[in-house]
Design a protein around this ligand. Structure first.
Ligand SMILES: Cc1cc2nc3c(=O)[nH]c(=O)nc-3n(C[C@H](O)[C@H](O)[C@H](O)COP(=O)(O)O)c2cc1C
Length: 207
């Protein structure tokens, strides 16, 4: 942990400003898919939000997640193609006006953002027996979602936008990123941090 991480962690007591700041982050976090700047994100900032994600709770403390940073334009182009295919399949399920509405939505920022983050869940990371997961095996997936939420909130605190893209077939994403077989569940959470974003409550309330 770096000095700046230690400074953020601080002691147990929150100041009034910290308390209000936490609520502000929680209430102003949005799923961001546009208004991206192509500028690179400083490694120190990326490291801070990833450290925040790694501090998520996990069943049996198994920490099943990994974070794959995807900067390569070629790889992101292949991911965008996988999105387009999945999105066309999804659009076809809507009829009439709803299909036109669906097709008008901006549901990803894969190429516009400077970096995508794929979050994976290694279901075998802690072996077959994990404290707390015996009767509900999906608890490792829930743990990974906790890490994504931490990532999302930390990105908001850093003034970065981040959107969750789930409109991708998991086998396609695994193939593109060359994920190993023991990663039983490749979370298709390609996230797109950005700058230049003004949080607006309800801005994405289309569902
Ligand atoms: C598991 C999950 C998957 C999501 N997948 C997508 C997606 O593929 N594309 C998209 O535009 N938004 C996606 N979202 C974002 C939601 O649409 C968004 O969170 C919701 O509309 C509420 O808006 P807010 O996050 O800005 O409060 C996803 C959110 C979650 C939690």
């Amino acid at each position: 942990m770096t000095e700046s991480h230690a400074a953020i962690q601080g002691d147990d007591a929150l100041t009034e400003a910290d308390r209000l700041g936490l609520y502000r982050v929680l209430l102003s976090r949005r799923d961001v898919r546009g208004q991206f700047l192509p500028d690179p994100i400083a490694d120190a900032v990326l490291a801070r939000i990833l450290v925040a994600a790694h501090h998520a709770p996990s069943v049996g403390f198994m920490q099943p997640w990994s974070f794959i940073l995807v900067r390569s334009p070629e790889v992101r182009t292949r991911i965008k193609q996988a999105f387009t295919q999945a999105n066309d399949e999804a659009a076809a399920l809507f009829k009439g006006d709803s299909q036109a509405t669906y097709r008008s939505l901006k549901l990803e920022g894969i190429l516009e953002s400077p970096v995508n983050i794929c979050v994976t869940c290694d279901r075998d990371r802690a072996g077959p027996v994990v404290l707390g997961r015996t009767h509900i095996p999906t608890m490792d997936l829930y743990s990974t979602v906790c890490a994504v939420e931490n990532l999302w909130l930390a990105a908001r605190a850093e003034g970065l936008g981040l959107g969750w893209v789930s409109i991708i077939s998991e086998p396609a994403l695994k193939d593109i990123l060359g994920l190993p077989d023991n990663v039983a569940w490749a979370r298709s959470a390609i996230s797109s941090p950005s700058r230049n974003w003004k949080p607006k409550a309800g801005a994405n309330a289309w569902i």
